[in-house]
Design a protein around this ligand. Structure first.
Ligand code: GRG
Length: 296
């Protein structure tokens, strides 16, 4: 069951997301509708939750971290909208609803993704510009973690390898590299941006980074497993798409039993690195424990 503090934090994120792409913003109506449709469609909100929690664990405030948390969720949503397009994964369902391009058309879905990405940077730059002088550098560095995570050496790089790798079986090393970029880079950015805003010390940032590294691999291996054995009603999309699309996965490479063992090793390693941060970081462990309740 989700702890009460987490439920409240997610409710706060939801309310702020609604406000940040406001229904009355002077944005062309179909574009605004498509952006809001995808952004407010639910989802676990795990990236903003990680960012706020990492910041809180390191002594920072939700107020300072929130713009970066919202920006990260906007960037994540843009990536899902573009990933679902026919030119990429060609999916019809996302977060339990028809994908953005199924409702608004392909052109508008491309623009909705572009709009979410550019609005995210606007939100981060506004926050960094308004930060008090003593905190400005941490805000800029937090934005830089997010920019790098979603960029051409992070998520976009991973997506590129994913796109090229369809119908070509990747070995474990290249598959892990691809996962670390496609999925891990944004999760890492969430944890590091949160720590940065709080002004975490270098050794704390190193532990946060190690935690995020293993969390990212846990997350993607779990996604591979769920694609085989989840209840589609629970994950909000059909299962079996990796096999249908000929994608390399750890389940395909290792078999289900060994993929689950590898997932468990990453869970244990993630927790071990949190241990170095002491009891302050317990809530990050609670997020991982909550994610595990959806694991097969
Ligand atoms: C289009 C540049 C570009 C990148 C797309 C996110 C992504 C990169 C691809 C999605 C493919 C995919 C399903 C990857 C598995 C891991 C993952 C990112 C799952 C979706 O994230 P969740 O589970 O989704 O946090 P919700 O809906 O809960 O936010």
């Amino acid at each position: 069951m989700m702890p009460e503090w987490m439920r409240q934090t997610i409710a706060h994120i939801e309310a702020q997301l609604d406000a940040i792409v406001a229904a009355d913003a002077p944005v062309p109506q179909p574009l605004l509708d498509a952006m809001r449709y995808s952004l407010l469609a639910g989802g676990k909100r795990v990236r903003p939750l990680l960012l706020l929690t990492a910041c809180g664990c390191m002594g920072g405030s939700d107020r300072d971290a929130m713009p970066y948390a919202l920006a990260l969720e906007m960037i994540h949503t843009y990536s899902l909208v573009h990933d679902d397009l026919p030119a990429m994964d060609d999916d019809d369902l996302r977060r339990g609803r028809p994908t953005c391009h199924k409702v608004y058309g392909e052109g508008m879905a491309v623009l909705a993704g572009d709009g979410l990405l550019s609005r995210a940077f606007e939100v981060m730059l506004d926050a960094a510009a308004c930060a008090p002088a003593a905190q400005k550098q941490n805000h800029v560095l937090a934005a830089a973690h997010i920019a790098k995570g979603c960029g051409v050496t992070g998520m976009v790089a991973g997506q590129c390898v994913d796109l090229e790798g369809e119908r070509r079986q990747l070995e474990a090393g290249p598959l892990q590299d691809m996962y670390e970029n496609k999925t891990g880079a944004l999760l890492r950015a969430a944890v590091l941006a949160g720590g940065q805003i709080a002004g975490a010390r270098q050794e704390q940032m190193n532990s946060l980074e190690q935690f995020a590294h293993h969390l990212g691999l846990w997350f993607q291996i779990n996604d591979d497993i769920l694609d085989v054995e989840a209840d589609p009603a629970v994950i909000g999309k059909p299962i079996g798409s990796d096999v249908r699309k000929g994608k390399s996965t750890f389940v395909g490479l290792l078999g289900m039993q060994d993929a689950k063992a590898l997932r468990e090793r990453h869970r244990a390693s993630a927790l071990q690195h949190l241990g170095a941060l002491g009891t302050d970081a317990a809530r990050l462990g609670e997020i991982l424990a909550w994610l595990c309740t959806s694991a097969g």
